[in-house]
Design a protein around this ligand. Structure first.
Ligand code: CDP
Length: 226
C-alpha cells in the first residue's frame, strides 16, 4: 500500500502499545518512527543524574532549564542518546518511569522537547507517538490515532516486556505506575493528555498486532483513497 507524505500522530494512555504499533506502522509504510516519550525519559535521566530532581520529585526548574541548553539529547542508531552515550535501556527502568510524568509537566521542558520533535517531523513521512502529538506538537497531522486499553491488560503487557529484559517489577508496581502517570498526564496544565477532536480511537485490549494493522489499513484506504 502506497500512502501519501503525511504525519501520523499516535497518542494515548501509558502502555497501550503506542510505540509497538507506531513502529509497526513505520515499517509497513516506510516511514520514520519517532518516540516522543523517549525524549521526556532522557530529560528525566539527565535531571536525576545531575541533581535537578530529588527523591520526592521536587524539581529545580530554573537550574534544569538553564542546563537544557547544553543537553545534546537525540535519536541515534540504537535509540536515544545523550551525546555519544546510548541511554535506551536505562530510560526504560521503573525509577525513570516514576519521575518522568512530573518532569513532563514543566512547560520549559515541554518546549525543549517540542522543538526537537517539530524539527524531526518537518519532512513528513513520520509516525510519532506520545500524549500531545495530535493536539500540540502537530495539530495539523493528517492522521491521528488515540489508543486506549484495559489497565490490567496494559500492566500485564508492560510487566512481561520488562521481565523479558531482565528488569523485575511486580504487576502491582507496574499497574500503580501507569495509573499514576495517566493521572498526572491527563491533569497537567500544559498540553494535557486529551483526545484531539479529529482523532480516531483504537481500543486494542483484545486485538493482535495483525488485527490492528488491518484496522488501520481500512481507515487509510477510506481516508486517502489508496
Ligand atoms: O511508558 P509509555 O510508553 O506509555 O510512555 P512513554 O511514551 O515512554 O512516555 C513517558 C512519559 O512521558 C509519559 O507518561 C508522559 O508523562 C510523558 N510524555 C508526555 O508528556 N508527552 C509526550 N508527547 C510523550 C510522553
Amino acid at each position: 500500500m502506497q500512502i501519501p507524505d503525511i504525519i501520523i500522530a499516535v497518542d494515548g494512555y501509558s502502555s497501550t502499545g503506542k510505540s509497538s504499533f507506531a513502529k509497526q506502522i513505520a515499517k509497513e509504510f516506510g516511514f520514520t518512527y519517532l518516540d516522543s516519550g523517549a525524549l521526556y525519559r532522557g530529560v528525566t535521566l539527565f535531571a536525576m543524574e545531575n541533581g535537578f530532581i530529588d527523591d520526592d520529585c521536587k524539581i529545580d526548574v530554573e537550574a534544569l532549564d538553564a542546563a537544557l541548553k547544553g543537553l545534546d539529547l537525540h535519536f541515534g542508531p540504537q535509540g536515544t542518546y545523550i551525546g555519544s552515550r546510548c541511554i535506551e535501556s536505562r530510560i526504560r527502568s521503573l525509577d525513570v518511569a516514576s519521575k518522568v510524568s512530573p518532569i513532563a509537566t514543566v512547560p520549559q521542558i515541554r518546549s525543549f522537547v517540542d522543538g526537537k520533535l517539530r524539527e524531526a517531523g518537518s519532512r513528513k513521512r513520520v509516525v510519532m507517538d506520545g500524549r500531545d502529538i495530535g493536539t500540540t506538537v502537530f495539530p495539523d497531522a493528517e492522521l491521528k490515532l488515540f489508543m486506549t486499553a484495559d489497565p490490567l491488560v496494559r500492566a500485564q503487557r508492560r510487566a512481561a516486556e520488562m521481565a523479558s529484559k531482565g528488569d523485575v517489577a511486580s504487576l502491582d508496581e507496574v499497574l500503580r505506575n501507569l495509573q499514576e502517570r495517566d493521572y498526572i498526564d491527563s491533569h497537567r496544565e500544559t498540553s494535557p493528555l486529551t483526545q484531539a477532536p479529529d482523532a480516531i480511537v483504537l481500543d486494542n485490549s483484545n486485538m493482535t498486532p495483525a488485527q490492528q494493522m488491518d484496522w488501520l489499513k481500512e481507515i487509510i484506504s477510506d481516508k486517502f483513497g489508496c
